[in-house]
Design a protein around this ligand. Structure first.
Ligand code: NAP
Length: 295
């Protein structure tokens, strides 16, 4: 089975690649000239916005399954560069969904807990998304495209992803936080944002399982612990031997220039627990796993 992962150099993809080794023939696409590690299988340096090149590379690979992780994943960047965010998060998804449909490949979209407006919390898969920022709007549009393109497809809504980069690099708030704590620098975390963080190791394993099983539709990939981002950071500090006094509580809505965030975007992971062999973890278990994970 051939697995194509987009955003191959990114934070989530690094864990996917580590877990897919030996199970799939791995092909990765990212915009950078080189893969960030030597284990990416076959690497293609490509701007996914280039439809023609993407079509050629896709048809050469002829994947059985695609995990689409590439995105403009920074919420504030999306808010202030809406045209580009739409092209990347919606336009590229549309092209890949069409290519998958034409070649009968399964597509798994990495979506987000922030498709919800955060007024309810403990969201299940049938709850209705409602965007509070432009990033969420793009992901809601991408979800619809992927689900209507083929009955084989999957929308995996990821909670806040916590972990050390496994093989990729990118967007790890844990690595940034630990670096600051090591230097004794205080770090601010919102006390009004409730999440169900998932560790990147468990997430990579779950996505690879979804690539190889028969599940179709929407699934929430979330941890077992419902926690504010502030309390999460305090636990991280304590569990890694730093003083929780270095963690500063802020209200995210009071930070100037920051795009709105949902307050309580916690997700219910009962469906994931039923359909996957990969067990979902508590925050403490996930942190332990990601800090000690060896490839
Ligand atoms: N991390 C989280 O907490 C989280 C939570 C919920 C959902 N998600 C979703 O999960 C997915 C993976 O997130 P992540 O944290 O792994 O993000 P990431 O580290 O930023 O990885 C995304 C990768 O995609 C690449 N990319 C972006 N635009 C591209 C293009 N036009 N052509 C080729 N490659 C391109 C990026 O390259 P550059 O860096 O050079 O742009 C980057 O290497 C995203 O869809 C994100 O929305 C993440």
């Amino acid at each position: 089975m051939k697995l194509l992962i987009t955003g191959a150099n990114g934070f989530v993809a690094g864990s996917v690649i580590a877990h897919a080794k030996g199970k799939f023939e791995i092909h990765g696409i990212d915009i950078a000239g080189h893969p960030v590690n030597h284990h990416s299988g076959n690497y293609y340096s490509l701007d996914l916005l280039d439809d023609q090149k993407l079509t050629t590379v896709f048809n050469d690979i002829h994947p059985d399954v695609v995990i689409h992780a590439a995105a403009m994943a920074n919420i504030d960047e999306c808010q202030y560069n809406q045209e580009r965010a739409g092209q990347i998060n919606v336009g590229i998804t549309e092209t890949i969904a069409r290519l998958c449909q034409q070649s009968n490949a399964k597509m798994i979209l990495c979506s987000t807990d922030t498709v919800f407006d955060g007024t309810k919390g403990n969201y299940i898969e049938t709850d209705l998304p409602h965007a509070v920022n432009f990033y969420a709007e793009t992901k809601i549009r991408a979800e619809k495209i992927v689900l209507s393109a083929s009955g084989k497809n999957v929308v995996a809504r990821l909670s806040l992803v916590m972990g050390m980069p496994v093989m990729g690099q990118g967007n790890s708030f844990l690595a940034d936080t630990l670096n600051k704590l090591k230097q004794g620098t205080p770090v601010s975390f919102p006390a009004n944002e409730i999440r169900t963080p998932i560790d990147v190791v468990t997430l990579g394993s779950a996505l690879v399982e979804l690539a190889g099983n028969d599940f179709t539709g929407i699934v929430h990939l979330a941890g077992n612990t419902k926690v504010t981002r502030f309390d999460m950071a305090c636990l991280i500090a304590t569990q890694t031997g730093f003083s929780p006094n270095l963690i500063i509580s802020v209200n995210s809505n009071s930070i100037e220039g920051r795009a709105p965030r949902p307050n309580n975007a916690s997700m219910n992971n009962s469906l994931a627990a039923r359909i996957l062999k990969t067990p979902m973890k508590t925050l403490a278990e996930g942190l332990d796993l990601t800090l000690n994970f060896k490839i």
